[in-house]
Design a protein around this ligand. Sequence first.
Ligand code: NAP
Length: 215
Amino acid sequence: MTHDATSVKRDVGKIKRLGIMGGTFDPIHYGHLVTAEVARVKFGLDVVVFVPSGVPPHKHGVEISPGRDRYMMTVLATATNPYFEVSRVELDRPGPSYTVDTVREFRTRYGPGTELYFITGADAAVEIFTWKDAHELLKMCAFIVATRPGYCTTRLEAELGRARAVSTHGVFVLEVPALAISSTDIRARVKHGDPIRYLLPESVENYIRKAGLYL
Ligand code: NAP
């Protein structure tokens, strides 16, 4: 498995803890970037690899931007952080982008000496038992579940309790105030001509304007 052409050359054997930041990133914004950085510091991750979804298995009939645009925005947004990388693994794999397949590929690449932490949002993680091979997945990596402030935790705690009972690596919750920013809101703002400045990196805003996304 190769990451993108912007990947820094790293000694794979030296990476003890790897974050895998899974999301659609349509578009990527400061909420995602803060989540990855807080998780990196809190869990002592050596690298966080952003993995834009190829064909999200749970989004039948939902229009999403082309993978090429979501990948470009993710590369632009992460370029200034030496601990962040972007992987094309889901974009280049045909068929639905199942997380279990992605984590398997990372496991093969990094070997048993690297602990894997899959990082994603609470709305996605709360559905984990509907994901492909959920039990196996929970035994392959730890989960870091990012919540917005005020996120209703009753169902989340119930589902994460079930997940913890299966997991061998841990399921952790991270409250990230910056996740008040959302991709859905940004897309609506672009459509209605409202400002998006300061919600996402300027380079990503410029890309959105140039590519004519979300109009
Ligand atoms: P989503 O339904 O678009 O997003 C769910 C919520 O989580 C949204 O509020 C979203 O905010 C937030 N979010 C998404 N990714 C995040 C991240 N990395 N950090 C912080 N917040 C995040 O979910 P999605 O993005 O399509 O899926 C999330 C991940 O779960 C992906 O890697 C996907 O492949 C995986 N997944 C796998 C399966 C499966 O294997 N069967 C099924 C479902 C999801 P924004 O809208 O602002 O991003």
